[in-house]
Design a protein around this ligand. Structure first.
Ligand SMILES: C[S@@+](CC[C@H](N)C(=O)[O-])C[C@H]1O[C@@H](n2cnc3c(N)ncnc32)[C@H](O)[C@@H]1O
Length: 254
């Protein structure tokens, strides 16, 4: 399987069940072109309900720095990518890539996804996702037109999703993937969940390496990735519209 042969015409995927801190060290140096991922926020205070601003930043940063050290090794120097964060974790996501004297991958910008629907929070409802734009030391950013705003708007339900409680919009992932890679490139998601990134890779003709440590999420992510890659390339299983009962649950919470 020419999985890590970035730039090859062959598009493939490989999924690992396990802790990314154990799996990443098994991947070769400079073997992955880009990253689109959504790490767990629970380390950073758990609830994003606006009432808690307490972050267990010491542990989160310690853990995240270890992840970044591996990411910096496996990702190509001219690669780029995107990492979901929030207002409490953004600085930690950036600081984790600060690997001392080494000129390494870094956070270069934060972009904002307005979900067109309010999430949790009191008195302000959180309706925006923050996504850090990360770059390797030799990246050029040439795929992102220089007129691109760092704010975009696309409806995405906030609440319990069918495939994963924190499922992201595969169509948003597809846009991010196109901003950071070319067809045939390999994209990494070390926190795969239901594989929104993997599904978007299938749709956009990229290869995919996914890692997920929770067995149930791994089974879901694997099933959805397999299905997405089995569709003729370029075709796309659209995210399902959410059942109205989920909407009414949300309405009740307002
Ligand atoms: C925020 S969710 C990702 C959701 C995903 N973007 C989706 O659309 O379904 C983060 C995922 O990372 C997984 N995870 C947490 N710690 C991990 C680790 N150390 N290694 C691998 N996966 C991990 C969690 O089980 C969870 O499924």
């Amino acid at each position: 399987m020419p999985l890590l042969d970035c730039g090859g015409a062959m598009v493939e995927y490989k999924l690992f069940e396990g802790d990314c801190l154990e799996i990443l060290p098994t991947l070769p140096d400079n073997s992955i072109c880009g990253i689109v991922t959504d790490p767990p926020f629970s380390f950073a205070g758990g609830i994003s309900n606006g009432r808690s601003s307490i972050t267990d930043s010491q542990f989160f940063l310690y853990w995240w720095r270890a992840v970044c050290k591996e990411l910096d090794r496996v990702l190509k120097q001219d690669g780029e990518g995107f990492i979901w964060c929030d207002w409490r974790t953004a600085w930690i996501i950036a600081e984790g890539f600060n690997l001392g004297q080494k000129y390494s991958w870094r956070v270069a910008q934060v972009i904002y996804h307005y979900r067109e629907m309010p999430g949790q929070g009191q008195p302000f409802r959180s309706s925006v996702d923050l996504i850090a734009y990360v770059r390797g030391p030799k990246s050029t950013g040439h795929r992102i037109p220089n007129t691109t705003h760092n704010l975009f708007s696309k409806y995405w339900y906030y609440g319990k999703h069918e495939n994963h409680p924190a499922e992201k919009d595969p169509e948003v992932c597809a846009q991010l993937i196109e901003w950071c890679s070319d067809p045939g490139d390999i994209i990494l998601d070390p926190f795969m969940g239901s594989s929104a990134t993997g599904r978007a890779c299938a749709m956009t003709g990229r290869g995919f390496v996914g890692i997920e440590k929770d067995s149930e999420h791994f089974i879901t992510g694997k099933k959805l990735t397999q299905r997405a890659f089995s569709l003729p390339q370029g075709t796309w299983e659209k995210p399902k519209p959410l059942p109205s009962s989920q909407m009414s649950l949300f309405e009740r919470a307002v």
